[in-house]
Design a protein around this ligand. Structure first.
Ligand SMILES: NC(=O)c1ccc[n+]([C@@H]2O[C@H](COP(=O)([O-])OP(=O)(O)OC[C@H]3O[C@@H](n4cnc5c(N)ncnc54)[C@H](OP(=O)(O)O)[C@@H]3O)[C@@H](O)[C@H]2O)c1
Length: 199
């Protein structure tokens, strides 16, 4: 089984990689990858990646940025970071990648707890998460050729506590294992249109 993992070098991407690496060939892509570079904010870049990788059995996207600022400070331009990256970037990985997915393949996107459990400064990220979540639910009912699509919505990863702990006051960090298993369920399970909420 060949799986393309976009965002492989990130905290969440590494969790997915560690969980799946013994059971699949994982192609690790990200902006700074020397072998499989991709910027999901660019359709051209996504197309070039799939042309290079060819047919796959699974696509995982664990990449996506957002600007954190209170709504009275957030500018339309800053908000577009999440729109172009976390939201449309992931959706474009689906729209383009679908044509490189083998029959009965799987797509797994990444959202996050902020769409369900609001934090100050997180509305742009929450917006993108909600958009991706709705897209997955809707797209699942018309995926062709037995292809499944789900998203994993992690809470703060234990390893990310130092980076995000100050922002996520009162959130219980979740283990790499629990988040990894959500990606495993999406890739190796039979469900589609699901939100795997690891809260
Ligand atoms: N960490 C957490 O606790 C947590 C919790 C809930 C949700 N999430 C969500 O999970 C996703 C990943 O978070 P993370 O903490 O793993 O982030 P991270 O550690 O910053 O890693 C992001 C990964 O994506 C790649 N990347 C970033 N922008 C990209 C782009 N435009 N095109 C292609 N690759 C790109 C990065 O590599 P390059 O820089 O080389 O491109 C890196 O591999 C985000 O959507 C985040 O909101 C994370």
């Amino acid at each position: 089984m060949k799986i393309l993992l976009v965002g492989a070098t990130g905290s969440i991407g590494e969790v997915a990689y560690e969980e799946l690496k013994d059971d699949a060939e994982i192609i690790q892509a990200s902006r700074n990858s020397s072998e499989y570079p991709v910027d999901i904010t660019s359709e051209e870049s996504i197309r070039a990646l799939f042309e290079k990788v060819g047919q796959v059995d699974g696509i995982i996207c664990a990449a996506g940025s957002a600007h954190f600022a209170t709504v009275d400070e957030l500018t339309p331009e800053q908000n577009m970071i999440a729109v172009n990256s976390k939201q449309l970037g992931q959706v474009n990985v689906v729209l383009i990648g679908l044509h490189y997915l083998r029959d009965n393949g799987s797509i797994t996107l990444t959202t996050g707890v902020l769409m369900d459990d609001p934090l100050k400064t997180a509305s742009s990220s929450a917006m993108a998460n909600g958009g991706v979540s709705a897209f997955v639910k809707s797209a699942a009912i018309e995926m062709p050729r037995g292809i499944r699509i789900n998203h994993v919505s992690p809470s703060m990863l234990e390893k990310s506590k130092e980076k995000y702990g100050k922002l996520f006051q009162g959130f219980e960090p979740v283990s790499s294992k629990r988040i990894g298993l959500a990606y495993r369920k999406s890739v190796f399970g039979a469900q589609t249109g699901q939100a795997y909420k690891v809260y």
